[in-house]
Design a binder for this molecule. Structure first.
Ligand code: SF4
Length: 247
């Protein structure tokens, strides 16, 4: 597997999980997902149910605190409709987005995305994507201004009923530590993880990783001893001795 690392194309080792026989691999993936499901359930994590609501909310949430993004989202919703938001001047939108940061860039992206949706579907609604194929829906969404692969997959998973697997920083960190990917960036491992996690378990894995990543599998000093999936984790296996004094 070749990928760019620090600007150079390098041969990367296969993730440890892929070196296991298929049957063991399936058993481990199933067990991890089921444990995450048992611990954290299937929360929506604040994602609105309407696809356009979710799309705007996710664009606003990127690198912005949840509460701040929610505040700005509510202020946009109070405009009346997304079609009305699409008609606002960039300056007005920019003022509304000020507290969320990156107002200049985001106001333009949101306005252009909403106008494109309105032109393509007759109004600012994305419900028709439910009848599209997964590839076509993803292609449409990722071609909207400011919509990354991760945002597109989140909209598809949270609101359109597609069984895709968005990989955010938490899912990436947990997957890397579990030994499920050796990729360098979250946006590079969507396909690898979708090949590993069966469609019916992807939602539970995604939200489970976010919950685990926020409270237990934190970037620094993960709380491995209280982690529900530590018996399947390569990181824990390699660092177990460091936790011995904590027991
Ligand atoms: S055992 Fe530790 S490193 Fe592994 S997933 Fe759990 S918290 Fe993260």
């Amino acid at each position: 597997m070749r990928q760019y690392h620090k600007g150079r194309l390098r041969e990367m080792p296969r993730a440890p999980i892929w070196r296991k026989p298929k049957k063991n691999r399936r058993r481990i993936v199933d067990a991890v997902c089921q444990r995450l499901l048992a611990f954290y359930g299937k929360p929506r994590l604040g994602n609105p149910r309407d696809p356009v609501d979710d799309l705007v909310f996710l664009v606003l949430s990127n690198r912005t605190q949840f509460e701040t993004a929610k505040l700005v989202f509510n202020s946009l919703k109070n405009t009346g409709s997304w079609d009305a938001v699409a008609q606002l001047s960039v300056k007005t939108l920019e003022r509304k987005l000020q507290i969320a940061g990156l107002a200049n860039k985001r106001s333009r992206q949101i306005k252009r995305a909403l106008r494109r949706i309105s032109t393509d579907f007759g109004s600012c609604r994305l419900d028709k994507l439910r009848g599209w194929s997964e590839a076509a829906a993803q292609d449409y969404l990722t071609n909207l201004p400011g919509v990354s692969n991760k945002v597109a997959k989140c909209v598809m998973m949270y609101t359109l009923g597609f069984k895709v697997l968005p990989v955010d920083v938490h899912a990436f960190r947990v997957s890397s530590r579990l030994g499920w990917t050796t990729r360098c960036r979250a946006d590079e491992c969507h396909d690898d993880l979708e090949a590993l996690v069966p469609p019916e378990l992807r939602y539970a894995f995604h939200v489970g990783c976010i919950c685990l990543g926020r409270a237990v599998c934190t970037p620094h000093r993960p709380q491995c001893l209280s982690c529900p999936i530590n018996q399947f984790c390569v990181y824990f296996e390699q660092h177990e001795h460091e936790f011995e004094n904590q027991t």
